[in-house]
Structures are given as C-alpha cells and as structure tokens.
Ligand binder design. Structure first.
Ligand code: SME
Length: 187
C-alpha cells in the first residue's frame, strides 16, 4: 500500500453504530394519515444527529418518496443566505436555483408558511421542473424566524395534497429540525 493510501486509524472517527434502522416500511394499503403516523417514529429512528447533514436529508426524502406513491418528487431547497439551492432529493432532475419569492418554493420561503397547490397551472409563477407535475406542497424549514430552506413534494396528479399532508409534513420537519443543526450546514 502506498503511503498516500495508508489510513491513520487513530484519526479516523469510527462509526460506532451498526444498526439496522436505515429501513422504512409503510403498508401501501393505509390511508395517508395512517401512513404518516407509521412514518413518524421510523423517521425519528432513521435520522441521527451523529450522521452527516446531507445523509440525513437524503434519507428523509427517500423515506417520504418510498412511502407515498402519489409523490413523484421529494426534495429540499436550502437557503444559502440569498437564494434557494437544490439539496438532496428523490425524483427527476430539477432546477438548481430558485430566488426568494419565485415559484411555489420561493413563495413559501418568503411567506414562511406551507403552501398547498392543488393545480400547478393556477399558481402564478409556478416553476415547472417536471412538465408532468400537477400538484405540489412546500413546507418551509424555520428556526427562531431563521429560514433554512423548504421541503418540496410534487405529484403527477391534481389535488394530491391537503391539510393532512400539511399537518404531518410540518411535524416531520419539526423532527428533522430537532435532529439537524441547520445553522451548521455550509452551502
Ligand atoms: N415547482 C417548484 C420548483 C421545484 S420543482 O417542483 C422540483 C416551484 O414552483 O417552486
């Protein structure tokens, strides 16, 4: 082994956990509300303060995408202090930068509130990353009035999201916020 490849084991932070909690199982026959109720403890278990922020964010999007067939795209846009930038996501490739105030994501970030769009054609300025997207929900990620970004879910069907999604997605974002110190993410 060349000296370049040698690993100084004393400097390597060992990963102590070897758990099997990187699993999310949701029965597809459940109602959306029941799915969220089943998902919450699994997401609490999945996210870990010791893990890298992006690993946690990536797994969070996968947990949502694999639990809900109605979700065609699930991902984060993170606030870099100026604009929203594409973060970890599951789904088709997407636009990389969104200005505050633009599209559903930018509007949610600006208003600091969840926005449910039942028909994307009726939302002025909607940004069509995927031409097949028909409805959308965007949840802001806040802490002490600081904006860290938004969670964006898309669906290829109209009317896919409602107050149940809003209620439980906001809960899931609270859990995420308690597990991740967003202030430490450097973009
Ligand atoms: N539709 C979003 C843009 C992001 S994509 O949906 C992934 C918007 O209007 O902000």
């Amino acid at each position: 082994m060349s000296s370049m490849m040698k690993i100084n084991r004393s400097k390597v932070k060992q990963v102590k956990r070897n758990k099997l909690s990187e699993t999310v199982l949701i029965n597809k026959d459940l109602s959306d509300k029941e799915k969220y109720i089943a998902l919450i403890p699994q997401v609490e278990n999945l996210l870990n303060e010791e893990d890298n922020y992006f690993s946690n964010l990536a797994n969070f999007t996968a947990a949502i995408k694999q639990s809900f067939d109605k979700v065609s795209w699930a991902g984060f846009y993170l606030f870099d202090g100026n604009k929203l930038v594409l973060g970890p996501f599951q789904g088709k490739v997407a636009c990389t930068n969104i200005n505050i105030g633009n599209g559903v994501c930018g509007a949610s970030a600006e208003r600091k509130e969840t926005i449910i769009v039942k028909d994307v054609n009726e939302f002025p300025g909607h940004i069509a990353c995927d031409s097949e997207s028909r409805s959308e929900i965007v949840v802001p990620i806040m802490n002490d009035e600081n904006l860290f970004g938004v969670l964006d879910l898309d669906s290829t069907s109209y009317n896919s999201f409602n107050e149940t999604d809003k209620f439980y997605l906001e809960k899931l974002i609270d859990i995420l916020n308690s597990k991740i110190n967003f202030k430490k993410i450097i973009l």
